[in-house]
Design a protein around this ligand. Structure first.
Ligand code: ADP
Ligand code: MG
Length: 482
């Protein structure tokens, strides 16, 4: 999307809903899809006299994310009141970490295309609470309020203005989603709003040192929309400047149907939030012991797992990247790898037949580790051709974890040793069909090149039931008989 005259500068603010059972300052449940206002105690409703109590798990999850992004973890923290009036905010302020974010700096490695990596610098990750939801029904002039989400814990991941295209912004979100899921910090579900993004976009004349004025596009809830919104916004800003105008700092929203952004408010109309430390929550100190305990609990990170797959199983970069994309894939791969040594074969099956099956049916693993290992081992033992394995046999056992692959393959008659095919007879038939080619084969060195043709004919006749190695041996032997 680069333009010859302008540099594009993007900074993202990503909100991730933390996977805790209860809210950040109250015991109310955080379950998605509960009936409106089911999860609202007096604390969430901000009744006078109620006091917040910080959920320890929130802090631990935020620290985990910070450690995975190489952030510095702040040892002393306060929670600030961000004051504004809105019906879905019962307290009249949001509790957030303005001055003392829990994680400072850090970076996230993104991948562009197949293998180019780049580090995107983070400014910070801080903890805050979500607000409730206002519901505007078309047929009703009233606004309905659902406070289930009020007080649900969030982290906000803020990048430096350090992304240079819509594509990079998308790549960044893909990495963040992968990481929060991997760490069990957030379910990463953008449609349900557990992961959402504000995109800050500016342009400047190519090579200029000073950043242009930024426009903030709020509440984007899919990676595609983030990219489309940025692409539109860049072109809009270039249009403004090329027409002699100036970009103004404002907040815009994205209309996904019209694929355009439109103004919501200018910065001048912004609230003065009058931040100040919340007197009801004591400052939070993170002891070295606590931090060490969290570090000890950190799982291996996706790139560490990828490297392990490459080192331990000799997988290619590409195969390892595919498998390390999700924990489920890694666990499955390792389970199968205990039962067969054909590691490349496991990767091929996971990227080929299994993935196609999952795309059409469900995300669930269609085979058990034992079933896949049996399939691969039968092929390696040359008892089964890949085509009958990936077609007939795979379809017969997919989503039926109790079926035994070896038993079913006997029943289906796909085993090469047991399928009753008389290979010699087939070879004779092929040779009889091409008498002149047989003479040509025998008469000159050049004729030996015809072997491939004979093999092709033979395999066609065998319809996937021949063991290629055995068939080849018999064919050569017969051809050489005088
Ligand atoms: P504000 O004070 O308006 O909240 P911040 O400096 O806190 O702005 O930055 C908010 C987000 O905007 C960050 O993600 C940051 O990277 C991004 N940002 C800041 N300046 C620019 C700019 N000129 N162009 C694009 N993004 C920017
Ligand atoms: Mg700011």
């Amino acid at each position: 999307m680069g333009t010859p005259e302008y540099d594009i500068v993007i900074g993202l603010e990503v909100h991730a809903q933390l996977l805790t059972a209860s809210k950040i300052y109250a015991a109310d449940a955080t379950t998605y899809g509960a009936p409106p206002n089911a999860n609202v105690s007096v604390v969430s409703l901000a009744h006078p006299g109620t006091l917040p109590k910080l959920n320890k798990k929130v802090v631990e999850l935020a620290i985990k994310m910070g450690l995975a992004c190489s952030c510095e973890i702040s040892r002393e923290q306060i929670f600030d009141r961000k004051n504004y009036f809105y019906p879905d905010l019962p307290k009249g302020y949001q509790l957030t970490q303005d001055r003392t974010p829990i994680c400072v700096g850090g970076n996230v490695v993104i991948f562009r295309g197949t293998d180019t990596e780049r580090q995107v610098r983070l400014n910070r990750i801080h903890i805050e609470e979500d607000a409730g939801k206002s519901i505007h029904n078309d047929h009703d002039s009233d606004t309905l309020i659902d406070l289930n989400r009020a007080g649900v814990p969030l982290i906000e991941i803020v990048t430096e203005p350090n992304l240079w295209s819509a594509q990079e912004a998308g790549a960044f979100l893909i990495e963040i989603r992968r990481l929060v899921r991997h760490l069990d910090v957030c379910d990463g579900n953008m449609e349900q709003g557990s992961l959402r993004c504000d995109a800050n976009v500016s342009i400047k004349p190519k090579g200029d040192k000073t950043l242009g004025r930024k426009v903030e596009i709020k509440n984007l809830n899919s990676i595609k929309f983030v990219q489309k919104a940025i692409e539109f916004e860049v072109l809009r800003q270039i249009g403004v400047v090329n027409n002699g105008g100036e970009v103004i700092s404002e907040t815009r929203l994205f209309d996904s149907e019209k694929v355009r952004t439109y103004a919501m408010r200018t910065k001048e109309e912004l609230n003065d939030y009058r931040y100040f430390p919340d007197p009801d929550l004591s400052p939070l100190r993170i002891s070295e012991d606590w931090l060490d305990a969290i570090k000890a609990e950190m799982p291996a990170l996706p790139w560490e797992i990828k490297q392990k797959l490459i080192n331990q199983y000799q997988l290619s970069e590409y195969d390892a990247a595919f498998i390390s994309e999700s924990k489920e894939r890694v666990t499955f791969f390792e389970e199968v790898a205990e039962k067969t040594r054909s590691y490349k074969g496991i990767a091929n099956w996971m990227m080929g037949p299994i993935r196609s099956h999952q795309n059409i049916n469900t995300e669930l693993q269609p085979l058990t580790a034992k079933q896949l290992a049996d399939l691969i081992n039968l092929i390696d033992e040359e008892q089964l051709s890949f085509s009958s394995a990936s077609d007939k046999l795979f379809n017969a056992v997919a989503d039926k974890p109790s079926l035994d692959v070896r038993t079913i393959s006997t029943e289906l008659g796909v085993l090469l040793s047991e399928n009753g095919i008389d290979v010699e007879k087939l070879v004779d038939e092929v040779l009889r069909a091409f008498p002149d080619k047989v003479i040509e084969y025998k008469s000159s060195k050049k004729g030996k090149a015809l072997l491939g043709m004979f093999m092709g004919e033979l395999m066609k006749k065998g319809a996937g039931k021949l063991n290629p190695k055995e068939a080849n041996q018999i064919l050569v032997a017969k051809l050489n008989e005088s």
